[in-house]
Design a protein around this ligand. Structure first.
Ligand code: PEP
Ligand code: MG
Length: 840
């Protein structure tokens, strides 16, 4: 074996450990520089470890000489990012027969045998690669057990257990270096984001026993609660124990601070406890991070073995970052960068406590974040009855339809068998901030018999209590412990800092006054999409709507629409009022009309009664309106062109609402958006009608007002032909839900069934309804924006599909020069933070 004497690769921790020695080495070096009581440590660089794995062992005697000859050593991994994992630490290197004798005198034979046995066990299995079963005995079996283990080693390895510390160290270093190069370790860390050539450093450290006379033991301590993020000393301490590895669950750890429930380190060793707190505070300040301190106390003296970043829940991440900035330790911009934008949406909702026990019944797609507990109900009427009794319920449906919206309003959460990220339940759920799981097809939904059956054949009936976690997609039995939403001061402060940095607008998709209020609470800069059809699902209006659909003639339709007009006008006035002058973009009616008609016989009978028509007439009309592919059928602007009265009523309502606002002294410039456009002529026809309505309203009221007309780009053709469309309008807004559906030829309502297979097999990197497909759909977006702006400089360009709230998609829109993104109200804070992080 070739010796490598390049000493720059093996570095005593002071004075040099560079980025090429890994995160742990770097952190230890900083602790040494802070004069903290860190035991002597030597760091091996990535390159040194790579050579060791390739069989080129450096001069280990040189490493060994750095330590006291009688000391025991440990080796720990030091990769660039601790999350990438690495081989487990090996402790007590240097343990041999002679050390055993010495330690038997000082600690007693039993404790010495335990240390030696534990090392033999680790060495035999990890270094000598002997059969682990042979060494699987309890290391606390005392001196006899130790002798048995040493004999077993000799038999299995055909040589006595090595007694020389450098030789042991060589073996340990080699086995750890090779473990890092193994295929499974490589795949595992790459799955966690490590690059293919990620290196491993190793840290050799002198061990402080944590055993012996006086107060001895080991523990971990942190100054912040990892779940809440609030300042609080938390951690564990175990007397007479050796380092983090001995602190596993079940050990009889004692409290750190005084605690009425039992003994504490503060009482046992007050000076050590004070010193530890001081050290932890210094680490927080100088490492500019909330750190967990790993420590050993030896005869009352504190030794710091390591410091790692405190693992934290999303809410703790916000509070910790804000407090570090408020304490002047990091600048506000850095606090903004430190919070994962994806995780923020969890703060806006209740969630299952990370420490709660989870009895998982099944899984689906987490389509609207937050957790909700309630009794199972299988239809909208039962949900409303439950709400009337003041009882929380979870609405369980195979899929939802407009008729279920009232049930969704009444429920605490929604669970569906079918659907994906942009299915009806998902979109409405996110809009309402209602936790929602869709596509839970591993469960059997027998809504007729009111049964939900889990893959393990557990039966759940109406009235049984379940919890849905709309963030993870897990369906849980019963009511686990919850954490409340955390829209606290820290969150508001962070968002304020984020807004100061952001350079792309953030609006909300809001259909109702409640949505608009949520949007305002989350500081959306306007409404980017108001789906007006949602205003017609209200029970009172649904009947009028159906009457309009059943009207035989244009004048009959106009008569019913005249009754809907004041309701719509009031809707818009409310939205304008809530948004206080911020822009409101109203999309004209979009869905196929038959979505408003009852699908069941009972519903049809009720409708026949309400309209005073024979049931057969109603059924026939409904059947005649059925389409083979309604999403590509008579909807959007196609309705506007063929049944113009609806758009005319809506335009009139919008203009009259704008005039009403003017009277109350708050002028608004409404934005009107035409959905599902694919041809220039569609825009020309609708624009002419809307301009004519505007002229009529102006003439009638004798008042001027402005409005902005826009086109929703949802078909590939509209993107391709943007140059001939844009001169007619003030803005283009990309509806990426439909645009994704049509670009892929992939049903947004059905893709959930196979999407996980597609992503697992690498056909799609991500669900394209969730994260914008920048290569395909994105190319249409860029092309549409460029062609649109080329023909109409100053054109406003935005996106209002569900992608608008997704950080990766926002990055794309920002780079493409979009003016704003619009997303569900509850995703507005995520979008604000993500956009700020892109600008910093
Ligand atoms: C879209 O298609 O992207 C969109 C926003 O409209 P909807 O989801 O209502 O079809
Ligand atoms: Mg659409």
């Amino acid at each position: 074996m070739q010796n490598n004497t390049d000493t720059t690769l093996i570095t005593p921790i002071a004075p040099i450990a560079t980025a090429t020695h890994g995160g742990r080495a770097k952190c230890l070096q900083r602790l040494v520089r802070l004069d903290l009581p860190v035991p002597r440590t030597v760091a091996l660089s990535f390159q040194a470890v790579k050579r060791i794995a390739a069989g080129q062992m450096p001069d280990i005697d040189e490493v060994d000489r750095q330590f006291d000859p009688g000391a025991l050593l440990c080796v720990r991994p030091s990769s660039e990012d601790p999350d990438w994992g690495g081989p487990g630490a090996v402790l007590n290197i240097g343990m041999n027969d002679q050390q055993y004798e010495c330690l038997s005198d000082s600690l007693g034979a039993r404790a010495a045998a335990a240390l030696y046995s534990r090392f033999v066990q680790a060495y035999a299995t990890h270094v000598a690669r002997l059969d682990p079963d042979v060494f699987d005995s309890d290391s606390d079996e005392g001196p006899k057990g130790l002798q048995r283990m040493l004999r077993a080693y000799e038999e299995e390895a055909d040589e006595p257990f090595p007694q020389s510390r450098p030789e042991q160290l060589k073996g340990v270093l080699r086995s750890m270096a090779r473990a890092w190069e193994g295929t499974s370790a490589r795949l595992l860390r790459q799955a966690k984001g490590a690059p293919a050539d990620a290196g491993l450093g190793l840290v050799v450290q002198e061990m402080i026993p944590g055993l012996g006379q006086g107060e001895c033991g080991s523990g971990v301590l942190q100054l912040a609660n990892p779940v809440t993020g609030l300042p609080q000393i938390t951690g564990r301490y175990l007397s007479q124990s050796q380092g983090r590895e001995a602190l596993g669950a079940g050990a009889e750890a004692i409290y750190l601070e005084k605690d009425p429930r039992g003994p504490s380190l503060e009482e046992l060793a007050p000076e050590a406890f004070e010193a530890l707190k001081r050290d932890a505070a210094l680490m927080r300040e100088r490492l500019r991070e909330e750190m967990q301190v790993e420590f050993v106390i030896q005869n009352g003296n504190v030794h710091i073995l390591d410091g790692v970043r405190v693992a934290r829940s999303p809410r703790a991440a916000v509070r910790i970052a804000v407090r570090l900035a408020e304490d002047g330790i990091i600048p506000p911009q850095e606090a903004v960068m430190r919070v994962d934008a994806h995780s923020v949406s969890e703060l806006l909702h209740r969630q299952v406590s990370p420490t709660a026990a989870r009895d998982v019944l099944g899984r689906g797609i987490g389509a609207s974040p937050g957790a909700a507990t309630g009794r199972i109900v299988f239809n909208a009427a039962a949900a409303q009855a439950s709400a009337a009794r003041g009882e929380a319920c979870i609405l369980v449906r195979r899929e939802t339809a407009p008729e279920d919206v009232r049930g969704m309003h009444a429920a605490a959460g929604v669970l569906t068998e079918k659907g994906g990220m942009t299915s009806h339940a998902a979109v409405i759920g996110r809009g309402l901030g209602l936790p929602c799981i869709v596509g839970a097809s591993e469960l059997t939904f027998n809504t007729r018999d009111k049964l939900l059956i889990t893959p393990e054949r557990r039966l759940l009936r109406e009235g049984d209590v379940i919890t849905i976690d709309g963030s993870s997609g897990e369906i849980l039995a019963g009511e686990p412990e919850m954490l409340e939403a955390a829209l606290d001061d820290a969150f508001q402060t962070l968002m304020g800092w984020a807004d100061a940095e952001r350079d792309i607008g953030i609006r909300a998709n809001a259909d109702t006054p409640a949505d608009a209020r949520t949007a305002r609470n989350f500081d959306a800069q306007g409404i980017g999409l108001c789906r007006t059809e949602h205003m017609f699902f209200d029970q009172g209006r649904l009947t009028v709507m159906r009457e309009m659909i059943f009207a035989e003639t244009s004048s009959g339709r106009a008569e019913v629409l005249a009754r809907l007009l004041p309701m719509q006008r009031d809707d818009f006035i409310q939205l304008f009022k809530i948004m206080e002058g911020r822009p409101v973009c109203i999309r004209l009616f979009d869905p196929p009309l038959h979505e408003f008609l009852p699908a069941t016989r009972t519903g049809q009978r009720e409708l026949a009664e309400a309209l005073d028509l024979p049931v057969s007439d109603v059924t026939r009309r409904i059947e005649a309106m059925a389409e083979y592919n309604p999403m590509l059928g008579l909807r959007g602007v196609r309705l506007g062109v063929t049944v113009p009265e609806i758009y005319e009523m809506q335009a009139r309502a919008i203009f009259e609402a704008a005039l009403a606002m003017r009277e109350s002294g708050e002028p608004v410039v409404p934005e009107i958006m035409i959905p599902l456009v694919s041809a220039r002529r569609e825009v020309e026809l609708i624009k002419a009608r809307i301009d004519a309505i505007a002229a009529t309203v102006r003439a009638k009221h004798g008042e001027e007002f402005d409005y902005r007309l826009g086109v929703m780009v949802e078909t590939p053709r509209a993107a391709l032909r943007a140059a001939e469309i844009s001169p007619y309008v003030s803005f283009l807004s990309f509806g990426t839900n439909d645009l994704t559906q049509m670009t892929y030829g992939l049903s947004r309502d059905d893709a959930g069934r196979f999407m996980s297979d597609y992503v697992r097999k690498g056909v799609f990197n991500e669900d394209p309804f969730h994260v914008l497909d920048v290569e395909g759909v994105g190319e249409l977006l860029k092309l549409g924006a460029d062609r649109g702006r080329g023909a109409h400089p100053g054109l406003t360009v935005s996106i209002c599909g569900e992608h608008g709230g997704n950080p990766e998609s926002i990055e794309f829109c920002r780079e493409a020069g979009f003016d704003y993104v619009s997303c569900s109200p509850f995703r507005v804070p995520v979008a604000r933070l993500a956009a700020a992080q892109l600008a910093i």
